[in-house]
Design a protein around this ligand. Structure first.
Ligand SMILES: Cc1ncc(COP(=O)(O)O)c(C=O)c1O
Length: 468
């Protein structure tokens, strides 16, 4: 019944990342109503500072009520559907982007394309830059949604750039070159390299020398650099955030082909904690790309009502500066809480300075150094500790035993419950020499099916990888 495009499963929606959400939905934790439920720690949502935005909305009824200086602007907003977006909104967005980047780069609103979230922005960019069957290189581990956003409808192939714990999962020239050679062996024309800075799932910002290596590599191969910077405003510790654009400017590359090959994706989903508003954008110095992407954006425009509300919010510079600072302070505190909680259970995290999650090392809890063992551990953590965290395999991590744990979508009290559960889990696990699955007690039959499908899938993917 469906087209082959719609029924193709290259979207990766059946990965453990999304399956964990489904298992959580069946039995969600609630401190009062369901204290034995599953705690959702697999969702990179920032709920820590919504209490600052809500009163602003209440105090500024004009922005929601579509009024300006006491006069209604309802008709103007209701009829507005220009895919270039409201000029006032775009001006505020470029100012905001510059502010997040320490006002080192001045952004031009004419180089900005609006889209319904970074999800849509990423898809549009890839659609504009690569043909079906061409390839984009992406350092691992990477956000599982990219399989859906970059591959599914565009028909573009993702070639992983394998990064390793021994390098702190940093991108190296060797790893980039290795991925490029693999793509060539597969007869894939490489159109670009796609980075996430700060990284999801690592929670780290890219270092200057990493960005310089990337620039050198992109220049040598004459390919695009796409930088997803949706977490740029979450940087809560040094070193500060350095965008690929800053790194290129530092090297005076504004008049080179590379400058035209750099494209930034940003959204208000993470920094402002507003994923439901669906505000994303592409920023590019390349006029041809901006023009094509603007046409594409008509498939996923941002509602003019949302644009109106948020241009009012962003115009209040005093409020946004205060918000950003306070939000970063809260994220840092929360991250420290998670790191010290896990430490008490003998679990270490990769050193991080950004994001809404930690990249957690549970290799010592694996029964063997395989992805099958990682899936088994994930499974046990869901059924025994009743925590949904996301296994590294769903981020295409090269080494088994790493998990992403989110800390900004739950309350402090819930995080404390989660830390107690993990401690108990680790104690029981070392006491019994490994926890046996107790599905019958804890997990419903749907969860059981979902989980066992996933175990089968990961095992066969591992086998394939070893055989090729
Ligand atoms: C790296 C990255 N890019 C894009 C997105 C999608 O963001 P949006 O809600 O703006 O579509 C996410 C969401 O988690 C993400 O982690």
């Amino acid at each position: 019944m469906l087209s082959s495009k719609a029924s193709s499963n290259s979207h990766g929606q059946d990965s453990a990342y999304f399956l964990g959400w489904q298992v959580y939905e069946e039995n969600p934790f609630d401190e009062v109503e369901n204290p034995r439920g599953i705690i959702q720690m697999g969702l990179a949502e920032n709920q820590l500072s919504l209490d600052l935005i809500e009163p602003w909305v209440r105090k500024n009824p004009d922005a929601m009520g579509l009024e300006k200086d006491g006069e209604s602007v309802f008709r103007e907003i209701a009829l507005f559907q220009d895919y270039h977006g409201l000029p006032a909104f775009k001006n505020e967005l470029v100012d905001h982007m510059a502010k997040v980047r320490g006002n080192k780069v001045k952004f031009d609103p004419n180089k900005l394309v609006l889209a319904a979230g970074a999800t849509s922005a990423n898809e549009i960019l890839i659609f504009c830059l690569a043909d079906p069957g061409e390839a984009i290189l992406i350092p691992t581990p990477y956000y599982p949604g990219f399989d859906r956003d970059l591959k599914w409808r565009s028909g573009v192939e993702i070639v992983p750039v394998h990064c390793w714990s021994s390098d702190g999962f940093r991108i190296t020239m060797l790893a980039l070159e290795d991925a490029y050679q693999r793509a060539q062996k597969l007869n894939l024309n490489v159109k670009g390299v796609f980075i996430t800075n700060p990284s999801n799932p690592l929670g780290t910002t890219m270092a200057k020398d990493e960005l310089n290596d990337l620039i050198a590599f992109a220049m040598a191969k004459n390919i695009h650099v796409i930088s997803d910077e949706v977490f740029s405003g979450t940087v809560f510790d040094s070193p500060g955030f350095l965008s690929i654009m800053d790194a290129a400017m530092d090297r005076n590359l504004e008049n080179t082909d590379l400058w035209n090959n750099i494209h930034i994706v940003y959204s208000l989903s993470k920094d402002l904690g507003l994923p439901g508003f669906r505000v994303g954008m592409i920023y590019s110095n390349n006029e041809t790309v901006v023009s094509a992407a603007t046409k594409m954006s008509s498939f996923g425009l941002v509602s003019s009502q949302t644009q109106y509300l948020l241009s009012n919010l962003l115009a209040n510079k005093k409020f946004t500066s205060k918000y950003m600072k306070e939000n970063q302070k809260r994220l840092k505190r929360r991250k420290e809480m998670l790191v010290s909680g896990l430490k008490k259970s003998g679990i270490e995290c990769l050193k991080s300075n950004a994001g809404l999650f930690c990249w957690v090392d549970m290799r010592h809890l694996l029964s063997s150094n395989t992805f099958e063992a990682e899936t088994k551990l994930w499974d046990e953590i869901i059924s025994e500790a009743r925590l949904n965290i996301s296994p590294g395999s769903s981020f295409h991590c090269t080494e088994p035993g790493w998990f992403r744990v989110c800390f900004a979508n739950v309350s402090q009290g819930t995080l404390q419950v989660a830390m107690r559960r993990i401690k108990h889990f680790v104690q029981r696990s070392s006491f019994s020499g490994g926890i046996e699955m107790s599905y019958q007690q804890n997990v419903s039959s749907l969860s059981r099916k979902l989980l066992s499908n996933w175990v089968r899938k990961v095992s066969s993917a591992n086998r394939d990888e070893h055989e090729h």
